[in-house]
Design a binder for this molecule. Structure first.
Ligand SMILES: Nc1nc2c(ncn2[C@@H]2O[C@H](COP(=O)(O)OP(=O)(O)OP(=O)(O)O)[C@@H](O)[C@H]2O)c(=O)[nH]1
Ligand SMILES: [Mg+2]
Length: 230
């Protein structure tokens, strides 16, 4: 018996359903005026460390919040909550990625109108998350200097589906003889013209430039309301 076609059909339906929910989420985000950014990468690339630093930096000036997905544990939510921002953990069990419906459920009880930035840390995985739209405005793909410069070539789909690349753990570059030029070249080979940031959540190097970018993007996609006349 050949079960191939039926499996493909089921998978297509799941993705289609995800797109419907993601589209509804995107509309809600736009109406509320919140800029939504997601983070994808392999396990341990530094998503939570980078996001914690980002939340701490933005929080004095902006209303920020975060959702974080993992198969198990609330560890990352506990780390992110140190920033004092509202944070919710999504436990996916056996699922290796976040889906739009999971984001939708996690947002229950939050008033999106109260937020200016919402961050979504996806499950650490360079394959599964690439197929699932979460309704976000921006998707960041992280690659740490310790992973090897060839990751964009080996996992092109996740780099192709992201908007911006972030090279993390720059403070460890020299220790692992990170070839920055090769990494940049591989990212560009997969996604020509992709903007790339290089930073360290540990030392803070490169964070200012990244934060400036975020603020600019927020202004571009959500212009500040015109001052009332008279
Ligand atoms: N030296 C250095 N270590 C870092 C940096 N960012 C993260 N780390 C370390 O890398 C390890 C993994 O960091 P996490 O922030 O947990 O990575 P993650 O991508 O969130 O991991 P998962 O959520 O499990 O996929 C931790 O030991 C961090 O302290 C950095 O900029 N420099
Ligand atoms: Mg994490």
């Amino acid at each position: 018996m050949n079960s191939g076609p039926r499996l493909v059909e089921v998978r297509k339906n799941v993705l289609k359903q995800n797109d419907v929910v993601a589209r509804a989420l995107r509309e809600r985000f736009h109406e509320a005026g919140v800029l939504v950014a997601s983070l994808v990468s392999s396990p341990g690339s530094g998503k939570t460390a980078f996001l914690e630093k980002t939340l701490i930096s933005l929080r004095p000036r902006y209303r920020v919040a975060a959702l974080v997905g993992d198969l198990a544990t609330e560890n990352d939510a506990a780390r992110l909550a140190r920033s004092q921002a509202p944070v919710k953990q999504i436990i996916t069990g056996t699922v290796c990625h976040l889906e739009a419906a999971m984001v939708q459920s996690a947002l229950a009880g939050w008033n999106l109108n109260d937020l200016e930035f919402l961050f979504i840390e996806n499950v650490g995985n360079l394959v599964c998350p690439s197929s699932y739209d979460l309704g976000e405005d921006l998707r960041f793909v992280l690659i740490s200097v310790t992973e090897g410069e060839d990751k964009p070539l080996k996992y092109p789909t996740i780099f192709n589906g992201a908007d911006v690349a972030v090279i993390t753990k720059s403070d460890l570059g020299a220790a692992v003889e990170f070839d920055e030029a090769a990494a940049r070249c591989n990212i560009q080979a997969v996604r020509p013209g992709m903007e790339i940031f290089k930073l360290s959540a540990k030392t803070g190097e490169g964070m200012d430039k990244f934060l400036e970018f975020l603020e600019e993007r927020r202004l571009l996609s959500r212009p500040a309301p015109a001052a009332s006349i008279g």
